[in-house]
Design a binder for this molecule. Structure first.
Ligand code: NDP
Length: 239
């Protein structure tokens, strides 16, 4: 099966490393015009890097304006930037909670709200929110992170109901354990323990997440909206 995709202007948040970087690479490989936001570093060669802080609407607005000037209106937006502040509920500070919610959920809100202006005008848009298997599966020590990630499902589904008739789709990609800086930090024994519970018996790669994202943005996925697509080797089945 070949994927059909009209070249689009794509903006990925947090595209200087990890999953965001791989998503940018895959969109570039498929011939799209690609911009990434980064607080430091750069996106892959061939992409435009703009500075943006997810907790600051003004910086997001400025980043969009820069991308629109250079590459045209943003047609595909991928809200990928995210953080963890893991600890058990009893030890979780209010800042641990609000920082994660404000970055992961608030960031998606600010970015998608800004993107929706141009999408409404164009009567076309693709919104992809990067959630996590733990959003629906749950995870001890991640009350803040899990809540921020499950909220993205309600976000995408409400957006689908608001904007679905205007040629705009909104979907969630829920990665499982992916080989990135985030997972590399885990001790060997803990990594082995996690792998035991993954039906695929291995971690995924950022490139495997990127394939799902680019497909959701493609012409072929025009009738898919409000969906949660797991890329988790079967870990979250049924959730
Ligand atoms: P990384 O930690 O490697 O990268 C996170 C990215 O988000 C960086 O580009 C970072 O920018 C950016 N970012 C964080 N906070 C902010 C902020 N306040 N403003 C602007 N940018 C910010 O993460 P991954 O690539 O591993 O994860 C990407 C997404 O995928 C996240 O949403 C994560 O929750 C999700 N995910 C990851 C999984 C995994 O196994 N790795 C599993 C499931 C979901 P900077 O470099 O400047 O800090």
């Amino acid at each position: 099966m070949t994927t059909t995709s009209t070249p689009r202007t794509v903006l990925i948040t947090g595209g200087n490393r990890g999953i965001g970087y791989a998503i940018a690479e895959e969109f570039l490989a498929q011939g799209h015009r690609v911009a990434v936001t980064a607080r430091s570093g750069e996106g892959p060669a061939g992409s435009l890097t703009v500075r943006a802080e997810m907790t600051d609407s003004a910086s997001i607005d400025a980043a969009f304006t820069e991308v629109e000037t250079a590459l045209g209106p943003v047609e595909v937006v991928v809200a990928n930037a995210g953080i963890t502040r893991d600890t058990l509920l009893m030890r979780m500070s209010e800042d641990d909670f609000t920082d994660v919610i404000d970055t992961n959920l608030g960031g998606a809100f600010r970015v998608v709200k800004r993107a929706s202006k141009g999408m409404l005008k164009a009567r076309f848009g693709r919104v992809v929110l990067i959630s996590s298997v733990v959003g629906l599966y749950g995870s001890a020590g991640q009350v803040n992170y899990s809540a921020s990630k499950s909220a993205l499902v309600g976000f995408a589904r409400s957006l689908t109901r608001e904007l679905g008739a205007r040629g705009i789709t909104a979907n969630v990609v829920a990665p499982g354990f992916i080989e990135t800086d985030m997972t590399a930090e885990l001790p060997e024994a803990q990594q082995a323990e996690y792998k035991k519970n993954i039906p695929a018996g291995r971690y995924g790669s950022a490139a495997e997440v990127a394939k799902a994202v680019t497909w959701l943005a493609s012409d072929d996925a025009a009738y898919i909206s409000g969906a949660v697509i797991p890329v988790d080797g079967g870990l979250g089945m049924g959730h």
